[in-house]
Design a protein around this ligand. Structure first.
Ligand SMILES: *Cc1c(COP(=O)(O)O)cnc(C)c1O
Length: 390
């Protein structure tokens, strides 16, 4: 007999992923469709990537059109589509300059370089406990979780961590020797944890005094995910640097970092670069994403339906206090903290043709496409309720 997909995968690949046992043959809207034509409601959208769902007609058309012009140009040239995307990003972030990458971790790497060059080698860079900033060495040095770091030491020097929402720890560590603090305003991999207002207020006070950079890692929270433009938009703060990826390329690999004018002249020609970063086809898709999310009303949809989803989940939490301990999140970035392991829920929901994600072992994480309808949300809620009953 032919070996199954999963058996072949084990032969061919390093065992870095716990693959989901489905053979997906195509996808449309909010659904993944397997080789037997079963339709699955996808509530984590390629891990917050497919914000406009799958096979969005405007993305397909923009990508095809760009392919017929040129699919790649060396960054020795500037293309119209890179200019258009940068203009949109700069107007919506109110930053001064942009750099395009292929991924989130590369955007974090570029940011670390920008900070080191501006502040010098001795100043310290901080990230928060339980954070996730990526897997390459600079980014992994900031990703404060044993699960990802163990066995890969040594990391970059002059990097340290601050307790999540721990104002005292923040006050103790930040001083005139601080270069930057990296923050996910809502931690994604860490279990959908929202940073507190008190923490942000203290951070702002300290920045005024010591003039370090606040870096918003918006790779997962950015571009409408929370019902606002960015995760930080719910706080009274303006970051010095914003890092984006995931949803930015509409399913194609694209990341970016943007900084205020204080950083305008830090990089000189040749200091940083990439072969593929800012690929024109990816930028064409990115332009559709930004236009749909920021200018065609999708954020309002996320805000309204996200509030509905969270309120309904809170009702379920009241009905099943022995199973659900907490509902957290904003917009379409939602964590259901369980009093038991989350993986059995993932497989049982899959049998009901609903795909959910589990992070931090007992947190069900929902990151549906931003276009998901109330009907589909109700389909998920109905099935979760059925599972909780047994
Ligand atoms: C996914 C993610 C990254 C890493 O992005 P990649 O594109 O996987 O390299 C970094 N930070 C956050 C907050 C993320 O969610």
């Amino acid at each position: 007999m032919e070996p199954s997909f999963l058996e072949k995968e084990k032969q061919l690949f390093f065992h870095t992923y716990n693959r989901i046992p489905l053979e997906i043959s195509r996808a449309e809207g909010v659904h993944l469709i397997d080789k037997n034509d079963n339709r699955y409601l996808d509530l984590f959208s390629g891990l917050a990537v497919n914000a406009l769902g799958y096979s969005h007609p405007k993305i397909i058309s923009a990508v095809m059109q760009q392919m017929t012009k040129f699919s790649h140009l060396s960054n020795g040239y500037i293309s119209d589509i890179q200019l258009e995307l940068a203009e949109l990003l700069i107007s919506h972030t109110r930053m001064s300059k942009a750099f395009f990458t292929n991924s989130g971790t590369e955007a974090i790497e570029g940011t670390i370089k920008l900070i080191r060059k501006k502040f010098g080698p001795d100043k310290k860079i901080y990230s928060l406990d339980n954070s996730f900033h990526g897997r390459t060495y600079g980014a992994l040095s900031l990703t404060n979780r044993a699960k990802y770091q163990k066995g890969f030491e040594p990391f970059l020097p002059n990097i340290d961590k601050i307790g999540f929402n721990n104002v005292e720890d923040l006050k103790n560590k930040i001083d005139s020797n601080t270069a930057a603090v990296f923050i996910e305003f809502i931690q994604g991999e860490g279990g959908v944890n929202i940073v507190s207002n008190d923490f942000i207020e203290e951070l702002k006070k300290l920045r005024k005094k010591y003039e370090f950079a606040i870096v918003a890692d918006e790779i997962q929270t950015g571009i409408g995910r929370t019902g606002k433009k960015f995760g930080f938009s719910d706080f009274d703060i303006s970051p010095d640097i914003i890092v984006l990826a995931k949803a930015l390329g509409g399913g194609l690999p694209l990341g970016a970092f943007l900084a205020t004018s204080k950083f305008d002249d830090i990089f000189k020609a040749g200091n940083h670069g990439t072969t593929f970063g800012g690929n024109p086809v990816c930028c064409a898709a990115g332009k559709v994403v930004l236009t749909e999310v920021f200018e065609n009303g999708l954020m309002e949809h996320v805000k309204i339906e996200g509030e509905y989803l969270i309120s309904q989940l809170n009702e379920l939490a009241k009905l099943f206090p022995e199973k659900i301990s907490k509902i957290r999140g904003k917009g379409f970035m939602v964590g259901i903290e369980l009093l038991e392991p989350g993986m059995p829920y993932v497989s049982k929901m899959r049998e009901r043709r609903v795909l959910i994600n589990c992070t931090n072992s007992n947190v069900i994480r929902l990151l549906p496409p931003l276009i998901i309808s109330k009907n589909d949300i109700d389909f998920f809620l109905f099935n979760l309720h059925e599972l909780l009953k047994v």
